[in-house]
Design a protein around this ligand. Structure first.
Ligand code: PMP
Length: 441
């Protein structure tokens, strides 16, 4: 009997006792390939000696120093490093302990910016239906993930909601991609005008949708259109790159590939690749300057912000990514991985869509390819695939849920950047077995 409230309250998961490279071993001696990097976290795999050594060095120097009293070289160097690799005009960094904290921080920073800029009437966030921004109340409020929100809905602030850019389900057969994109941008503008642009703090979006539906890249021109609309109505653009950032899609930030610079970026997961819990918020210089010249205080803070060991781990992860040209590797391996399910499954009658960017890939399962009819929610196909994959020594990230009244079963792959082509073949072959076993169960 475990005293931990595990994710599944009725079932204790296997106990991980060792982890090396892309594999994790449990107490019973079973070995699992980490094909999802946990939840798109472990970009360097497990047990990386350079990251572990960097953490040891920092623990020996200063394991913790409260930011109300001190800064540390580790935190400063990490911030410099993040700014150097960030889109133009991003000039300030706030270090937190994870993705939800990063999103809460981003929302509060955006709100305080407008208060200090003399526009305190701005009280509304805009976000997309198909989205996940974290599990704390503010982040949950802007997120559109219905099953995560359900029990807490009365506690959540109102958010102006628009459709996500989800071509597989959203674009009609007769519609061109450009027309579909233009329609989404029209909807965004209409909702802004309805709510009153002067009331809106920011538009929040994941450049590549992660945990709700999975690995959904935007259509060409979508984010450029969003940026133009945000500029036209003086609304901040917050990019939630908690899952898709830090190299996962082949560039440091996923939105770089859309040619857009957001005002605020939230990152976590891949930042220290799971070696320590850490997230960061990157903000436009104008926002930081406004607070500096105004109250001089960002009205926020947690005990573990700027944690030196977490910062040292993140800095070393970023050093390794640069030194070993892992972004180049994500791009080439990503292209291989995207082709593989098609090669292995062929045109599978129940695989409706294979999509992603870099080493973030998702498969969407349907009962019928032509009509895109989903499986009934009670079948919980995504969960069955995960269970069969675990029996097969494979970790994949399952997602199922209802979006706009429509159920979906998805499986996300986010293997470590260090995975070899042979590892990827093994992953897809084991996944294929798990899918067949789940479909036949
Ligand atoms: N935003 C996005 C896009 C995410 O994918 C996640 C985690 N799945 C979060 C925020 C929340 O991050 P965390 O679980 O570290 O709090």
């Amino acid at each position: 009997m475990s005293h931990i409230l595990h994710r599944n309250l009725r079932q204790v998961p296997p106990t991980a006792v060792a982890a090396d490279g892309i594999r994790i071993r449990d107490k019973a001696g079973r070995v699992y390939i980490d094909a999802s990097g946990g939840a798109a976290v472990s970009s360097l795999g497990h047990g990386h000696p350079d990251v572990i050594a960097a953490m040891h060095r920092q623990i020996d120097k200063v394991a913790y120093a409260h930011t109300g009293f001190f800064t540390t070289d580790a935190a400063e160097e990490l911030a410099d490093r993040l700014i150097a690799g960030a889109p133009q005009d991003i000039g300030a960094v706030y270090l937190v302990s994870g993705g939800s904290e990063a999103m809460e921080t981003a929302l509060k920073l955006a709100r305080q910016y407008w208060v200090e800029a003399g526009e305190p009437q701005r009280k509304l966030f805009m976000a997309r239906r198909q989205s996940y921004h974290g599990n704390t109340l503010g982040a949950l409020a802007v997120g559109g993930n219905e099953w995560r929100r359900r029990d807490f809905a009365p506690l959540l602030m109102d958010t102006v909601r628009v459709s996500a850019c989800y071509e597989y389900r959203g674009r009609a057969a007769h519609q061109s991609v450009d027309d579909y994109t233009a329609g989404l941008l029209d909807e965004l503008e209409t909702r802004i005008l309805e709510a009153g642009p002067e009331n809106i703090i920011a538009f929040v979006a994941e450049p590549v949708v992660g945990a709700t539906g999975g690995a959904i890249p935007p259509t060409p021109g979508y984010f450029q259109g969003v940026r133009e609309i945000c500029d036209r109505y003086r609304i901040l653009l917050i990019a939630d790159e908690v899952m898709c950032g830090m190299g996962r899609t082949g560039t440091m930030y996923a939105i770089e590939q859309d040619g857009v610079a957001p005002d605020i970026i939230a990152v976590a997961k891949g930042l220290a690749a799971g070696y320590q819990p850490i997230g960061a918020v990157l903000a436009h210089q104008t926002i930081a300057d406004c607070l500096r010249k105004g109250s001089g205080v960002f009205q926020h803070g947690h005990t573990y912000i700027g944690h030196p060991v977490a910062a040292a781990a993140a800095l070393e992860v970023q050093n390794v990514i640069e030194r070993d040209d892992l972004l180049g590797r994500v791009r080439s391996r990503g292209a291989t991985l995207r082709r593989m399910p098609g090669d292995v499954f062929g045109v599978h009658e129940h695989v409706g869509d294979i999509r992603g960017r870099g080493l973030l890939l998702a498969l969407e399962f349907v009962q019928d390819r032509a009509s895109k009819t989903p499986f009934p929610p009670e079948r919980r196909l995504h969960a069955a695939i995960k269970a069969k994959a675990m029996e097969n020594g494979l970790m994949v990230y399952p997602m199922g849920g209802t979006i706009d009244g429509q159920h979906g079963d998805h499986v996300l792959l986010a293997p470590p950047f260090i995975a070899t082509a042979a590892d990827l073949s093994e992953i897809v072959s084991r996944l294929s077995d798990a899918v067949e076993a789940a479909l036949n169960s």
